[in-house]
Design a protein around this ligand. Structure first.
Ligand code: NAD
Length: 260
């Protein structure tokens, strides 16, 4: 058990990558917090974990709301006594050419990805410091933390920004053994990606099959999607790696789409 009794908050854990991370952490003995703006779906994931013999609670959290983030983290500390691991994972995708990108959509993207990462970090760090046991903060970046794609100006900007936040938190957290790292997945077939396939086909004037083969997986070494399990394994590595030797890093998990 790599995370025995560690309190692990995972945002956006009602679906996709976050949900798989929550299940993986629970199997490793973590007390897992399913934090999502969709409380009903979050509760369903917590129930699945409890049914499988794990420990989990669901909390309502819109990561763009300072009040909701602080209230949810306070509820976690009241229930489980602290916070050991934060996975800032909640995210959405909105695609437009830059000249057509509605400003409101741009602000929404930056709010969810960057404000969300900042607010959850800000709320958890004091509890990690107070407990004196260190902690692990994991940001869900993307290959788009390193690389750009057409139509994704807001996403690419936000995902690059997470690397800056991570490096700063790693430096500030170092004396307290609070580590910060970024996971950078390639395309994973979650609801977030399923929604993009027809949108990109329409925007680029190509078929949905071509979006998958010629856009999403074109640069991989084998034409394969990354899986939620692949990403969860890396999230487990970062969560369970207890020393400052592994901090301030960003690890790409993408079937070779991006090579460092
Ligand atoms: P998903 O749509 O399956 O799940 C996202 C979850 O985030 C949902 O449960 C949703 O309710 C929640 N959410 C959205 N906005 C929120 C908010 N304001 N506050 C709280 N919760 C909110 O998506 P996914 O593919 O699992 O994506 C998870 C993360 O992984 C995102 O940050 C995404 O950018 C990143 N990512 C995904 C891929 C991919 O190909 N799927 C690749 C690289 C990175």
């Amino acid at each position: 058990m790599k995370l025995q009794d560690k309190v692990c908050i995972v945002t956006g854990a009602a679906s996709g990558i976050g949900k798989e991370i929550a299940h993986t952490y629970a199997r490793e003995g973590g007390k897992v917090v399913i934090a999502d703006m969709n409380l009903a779906a979050a509760q369903a994931v917590a129930d699945e974990i409890a049914k499988a013999g794990g420990t989990a609670m669901a909390v309502a959290m819109d990561v763009t709301s300072e009040e909701q983030v602080n209230a949810a983290v306070a509820a976690v500390v009241a229930a489980y006594g602290g916070v050991d691991v934060l996975v800032s994972n909640a995210g959405i995708q909105i695609v437009h050419p830059v000249e057509d990108f509605p400003f409101a959509d741009w602000k929404k993207m930056l709010a969810i990805h960057l404000d969300g990462a900042f607010l959850t970090t800000k709320a958890c760090v004091p509890h990690m410091k107070a407990a004196g046991k260190g902690g692990s903060i994991i940001y869900m970046g993307s290959v788009h933390s390193k690389e750009a794609s057409v139509l994704k100006s807001a996403y690419v900007t936000a995902k690059h920004g997470l690397i800056g936040l991570c490096k700063t938190v790693a430096k500030e957290g170092g004396p307290f053994r609070i580590r910060a790292n970024v996971i950078c997945p390639g395309f994973v077939r979650t609801p977030l990606v399923e929604k993009q396939i027809p949108e990109q086909a329409a925007a680029l004037g190509i078929s949905e099959d071509d979006v998958v083969k010629k856009v999403m997986l074109k640069e991989t070494v084998d034409g394969e999607f990354t899986t939620v399990q692949d990403v969860a394994e890396v999230a487990l590595l970062f969560a369970g790696f207890e020393s400052n030797a592994l901090t301030g890093q960003s690890l790409v998990v993408s079937h070779g789409w991006f090579m460092q």
